[in-house]
Design a binder for this molecule. Sequence first.
Ligand code: FAD
Length: 550
Amino acid sequence: MKLLIVGGVAGGASAAARARRLSEHAEIIIFERGPDVSFANCGLPYYIGGEIAEREKLLVTTPERLRERFKLDVRTNSSVEKIDRATRTVLVRNVLTGQEYSESFDKLILATGAAPFLPPIPGADLPGVFTLRNLHDTDQIKQQVVRGVKQVVLLGGGFISLELAENFVRLGVATTVVEKNSQVLMPFDPEMTTPIVQELADHGVTLLLNQAAEAIERSVDGLNVCLNSGLRLPAQLVIFGVGVRPENKLAVEAGLEIGSRGGIRVNEYLQTDDRDIYAVGDAIEVTDAIQGIPTQVPLAGPANRQGRIAANNIFGLIEKYRGTQGTAIVGVFNRTAAMTGSSEKVLQRLDQPYRKIYIHPMHHAGYYPGAEGMTLKLLFDPRDGKILGAQAVGGAGVDKRIDVLAVAIQAGMTVYDLEEMELSYAPQYGSAKDPINMAGFVAAGWQRGDHPQVDIETVLSAPEHERPFVLDVRTAQEFDGGHIPGAVNIPVDELRNRLSELPRDRSIAAYCQVGQRGYLATRILLQHGYDVANIGGGYKTYKLFFPDRA
Ligand code: FAD
């Protein structure tokens, strides 16, 4: 068996190592266009900022080590230029010498990744303008920083840009993030990004939403980024982080099937429509594990697992790839945002029935020092309670909750399962009712009808004559500090004695700060015959949607 692998980083290196573990006798050659294999792309922003001090730490392994330990033929600076399917060969070009040669294959794995998208705007090719994908880009950006950078403009408000923003602030560089959409971190629902926007502002990052770069010009002090709003941003360094495009050129030219967004199309065994050619990682179209529809998810975890599965299938351990559910996490200064499964935006776009709940728990017992808050949003199917997606933003413990929910989704669990989930607990780690259980209680209570809930958007968007009576059950002091417009304040402890102040001919939407007292108020009023629902997540959720309203 002669196996050729194109691309030597996440997917390619995983495939190669797995292949060798399965076959001591196969001939395995990795072609990597760049000088490095198996480097840690995910660490690049932190090396730029100095958090990762040594460049060598980014080299997860080296060509020499792959040769020694795995008996792999690693050919760096070697670009595969063409696949000849008829002769079962690839054309390889040494990018340093220009020398070309052919190599035959029995099986081929394409792990070519995705390239940063550089919009065709004037000045995008000027010195000082970069994208960030590999160590070469990183070295160039580092050099620029060493030469002296006072201002950086990061174009795009995605994961990589926000990680870079944190690192440039750490370096003392004035940092501006420009995002053409109305929110950062597009895979998330917009309200869940509010704490991230606040965190950026708290650390002095200027965030410009709904704006895009139209041109980049030279200036006496470096560069000017010209925005479509008319703003001109001075900078000595500009980095585009506006998304990636699958590197599909080889596949396209070889006539392999390509998806509508450019990903190489594969079956569940990760084979292209030429069954001897497999493809993995950012270069491929995957199946959305929740929705069963084609999508593209450029993340390291899926790329690594796919590399392993492709090798398994080539060497006879037949395995299906289950699809990708988009479990992702990003740290922005002291905040973490993580998600898994379908977002509300996706469910709306696909016109799927869903319910959502918000909770705002502490990451461990509140009485134990150091408890940090988080917001957890859970999306589920109202027909059977099946979990469809989850997002969380906050401090410590966000990662753990999203990972638990990611597994719950994979296992096809429902909100009723979350109620029953037995998780580790001591006060410095969690709560006897973990946020996961709490999310289950709130969602299952709604499903069973004992805890009716209503979304804040539904309340506020209702026409005047249909708008529920909005009841704020917090203390008068909390109410005075800010409340939902039009709300009437009756603290929950006074509610039983002031029932006569509530309308019988109108629905009531109760709320408190996070949902707990609103729940109690809802239970009291239900038992007195009122038509009442709790506003999910209370005033804190309202503030996620309307952070600037009093
Ligand atoms: P890549 O890792 O991109 O490797 C593809 C390789 O193929 C490249 O080195 C390329 O040079 C080579 N190649 C392409 N064409 C050819 C050719 N014709 N011949 C020879 N070689 C070729 N993901 C996360 O999940 N979490 C994170 O925190 C995270 N952070 C990131 C931070 C940064 C700065 C970047 C750039 C990415 C980050 N990612 C993260 C994404 C993650 O790195 C990718 O999803 C993952 O590397 C994809 O693996 P891959 O093997 O498909 O492609």
